[in-house]
Write a protein that binds this ligand. Structure first.
Ligand SMILES: [Fe+2]
Length: 195
């Protein structure tokens, strides 16, 4: 079976996020890749005698969603953090946001507000190609609250580990501002397949 491979991210000179912070965060991401592979192997082992191992197998299956989503969300997160200085001026995504939310700032305010909610998790901007709608969603942990089958356009990590080396726990707002200063909007536009 194919292994999940840890992706490399070249993120230097980010605005408002130190190299130490990003490096440590990427190390944590590596843990999710490792655990996803370990779980995959362990479950395959237990499946050899699935009846006797039913309890352990179902617990590991439940945990798989946490590790796998932790891995994949971090890949989406780091992959679009290399756009310092870009703005959302061009592209279909901005046009679509404006059409649906009335203005880009309306959407931005809503997305950031969701990110300021207490708790650990993610804010995700999904696109529903069936009704052609964007949707801001709060995800608890890494796996609770996903909208089935919808493509993820933007994923913002608001676990404290994403910013604690640069900001205090009470400064999540400042971290969110820094996150938006580094976004690569060209990549976000590529994630939006309007079909
Ligand atoms: Fe994270």
């Amino acid at each position: 079976m194919n292994k999940y491979e840890e992706q490399k991210f070249n993120l230097v000179n980010l605005k408002g996020l130190s190299e130490k912070q990003v490096t440590e965060h990427i190390k944590l991401y590596g843990g999710y890749v490792k655990n996803t592979n370990n779980l995959t192997d362990k479950m395959a082992e237990l499946k050899i005698n699935s009846e006797a191992n039913a309890l352990a197998l179902s617990e590991l299956t439940r945990r798989f969603g946490f590790e796998w989503n932790g891995m994949r969300l971090h890949e989406l997160y780091f992959d679009c953090l290399d756009g310092a200085g870009q703005t959302a001026e061009e592209g279909n995504l901005k046009m679509m946001i404006e059409a649906q939310y009335g203005s880009f700032d309306n959407w931005l305010h809503e997305f950031k507000s969701v990110g300021l909610m207490r708790g650990i998790g993610w804010v995700i901007l999904y696109y529903d190609p069936i009704v052609k709608r964007l949707q801001n969603v709060w995800i608890a942990d890494h796996e609770v609250g996903h909208l089935a089958s919808l493509p993820i356009i933007l994923a913002m990590d608001v676990w404290e580990h994403a910013y604690l080396l640069d900001y205090l726990p009470s400064q999540r707002k400042e971290y969110i501002e820094a996150f938006f200063q580094n976004l690569n909007w060209r990549k976000l536009n590529e994630r939006l397949h309007l079909g």
